[in-house]
Design a binder for this molecule. Structure first.
Ligand SMILES: CC(C)(COP(=O)(O)OP(=O)(O)OC[C@H]1O[C@@H](n2cnc3c(N)ncnc32)[C@H](O)[C@@H]1OP(=O)(O)O)[C@@H](O)C(=O)NCCC(=O)NCCS
Length: 421
């Protein structure tokens, strides 16, 4: 039995931040009704790789959902929305600031229509404060939440991270809030408004950078490989580990863009590591070299450690070096390219790269469900085509007849207004 069986979600989300959350909830067993304008989620057509097919941008974020198209700018469309609100446990949206208010459905109105419903809302900066009126995308949130200023190298420009911490990270935060609110609703019978701002979510994910920000008022950051004297903000620190242990990406054979192994020189493993790499580097006494005797010495002289590890590592591929270091119990991991991951036995075995079929595009892959429930394993199914389940939802969820559907169709509830066609 699915964990969220019986929970029905009216999912008005679009692009990435919201859909990533509702996809997770669908994989946990909720019935997710993707409520789209007749033009559809804009990502259906973005970065298309197969003509006339929903893009991978859309298919990868909207699995296991049903799609209904409703024109919220028509009175009859709004009636459909209100009927659905009354049949759902949860409604969620990530429109730009003020969109739902303009449509006549602020949270207060939604709460009045269905006091049991929980509402989830993602905004770039939340509904209060000087930034509340601004729209946001992933990299805007990474810029404003502190991620960009702390990613990269000090002498270079700030960088975004490849992980979508602003969009998908915010989706995860919202999922946690929604599940907690549903639990409270089950006890009290009353829904509530759950808001996650992308900027807040990024700040949360940069927590350890705030540890360092405050340490700077009392000390230098001795574990950083870059100088931190006199700094009043957390600097970019390349591939430093960011924790109490030293870490960095070590170069491997044959020197391609992803031929690196990330190595953590944990305190406990220094002796074994030094004995293993020292002799081949013409430094048999490395384990007793006073420049590296204590963790503080190794921090101070870490550039020399990375130079030696690069020299040692360049004789091996990243997988070979991983095998050598695993024997010494050194925490390490190869830098995996998307190609490496797509062909990785471990990844396939854990169902993290899943083959699916789609009526418009044929075979494609999605990233699997990263949260594994023993009694509720996720079964991943393809995303819906635009409006694929409109009639099914009207009949099954709202109990409409064919005549009701025809009448509302006539009134423009499910199509674009004439000027927008
Ligand atoms: C992502 C974002 C920048 C996109 O901006 P946008 O493309 O201008 O879209 P908006 O959400 O502002 O507006 C959606 C429009 O579609 C309309 N719309 C949405 N659903 C509709 C429906 N079912 N029927 C008719 N119209 C509909 C809305 O009424 C709105 O129209 P309006 O501008 O006339 O009020 C913006 O939605 C945003 O800032 N969202 C919050 C932060 C976020 O989630 N960002 C990350 C996205 S990955």
């Amino acid at each position: 039995m699915e964990a969220l069986k019986g929970i029905r979600i009216l999912d008005m989300t679009h692009v990435q931040a919201g859909p990533t959350c509702s996809q997770l909830l669908a994989w946990l067993g909720a019935d997710v009704i993707k409520f789209e304008s007749p033009a559809g989620d804009a990502t259906r057509g973005q970065l298309r790789d197969v003509p006339n097919a929903d893009s991978l941008y859309f298919t990868m974020l909207n699995c296991n959902k049903r799609s209904i198209t409703v024109n919220m700018k028509s009175p009859d469309g709004q009636k459909v929305f209100v009927e659905l609100l009354m049949k759902c446990d949860l409604v969620m949206e990530n429109f730009g600031p003020g969109v739902l208010d303009r449509l006549g459905f602020p949270w207060e109105k939604i709460h009045e229509i269905n006091p049991r419903i929980v509402m989830g809302s993602i905004k770039g900066f939340g509904s209060s404060g000087p930034y509340a009126d601004f729209k946001a995308y992933e990299n805007v949130a990474q810029a404003m939440g502190g991620a960009m200023s702390t990613t990269g190298v000090p002498e270079g420009p700030p960088f975004v991270t490849g992980a979508q911490i602003g969009d998908s990270g915010t989706g995860l935060h919202l999922a946690i809030g929604l599940l907690a609110a549903l639990r409270q609703r089950d006890r009290t019978g009353e829904g509530q408004y759950v808001e996650v701002a992308m900027m807040d979510g990024v700040m949360n994910l940069c927590r350890v950078k705030w540890r360092d920000h405050q340490r700077l008022t009392r000390q230098t950051l001795s574990e950083y490989s870059v100088p931190t004297e006199g700094l009043t903000f957390t600097p970019r620190a390349g591939n430093d580990s960011g924790g109490g242990q030293l870490g960095n990406a070590v170069k491997c054979k044959p020197g391609g863009p992803n031929d690196y192994l990330y190595v953590v020189v944990q305190e406990a493993v220094w002796d074994g590591l030094a004995k293993r790499i020292g002799p081949g580097l013409g430094h048999p006494e490395l384990a007793t070299d006073p420049r590296f005797a204590k963790i503080a010495d190794r921090r101070k002289n870490q550039q020399e450690i990375w130079r030696m590890l690069d020299q040692f590592g360049s004789n091996y591929t990243k997988r070979e070096l991983m095998a050598i270091l695993n024997e010494l119990d050194v925490p390490c991991g190869p830098i995996m390219s998307t190609e490496d991951l797509a062909n990785d036995e471990h990844v396939r075995g854990r169902e993290m790269y899943v083959e699916l079929d789609h009526p418009q595009r044929g075979k494609w892959y999605n990233i699997g469900m990263p949260i594994k429930l023993s009694a509720s394993p996720a079964k991943i199914e393809r995303s819906p085509t635009l409006g694929e389940h409109t009639e099914e939802i009207l009949k099954e969820v709202l109990g409409w007849s064919d005549a009701d559907i025809a009448a509302k169709k006539q009134a423009g509830a499910f199509s674009l207004p004439p000027k927008a066609k």
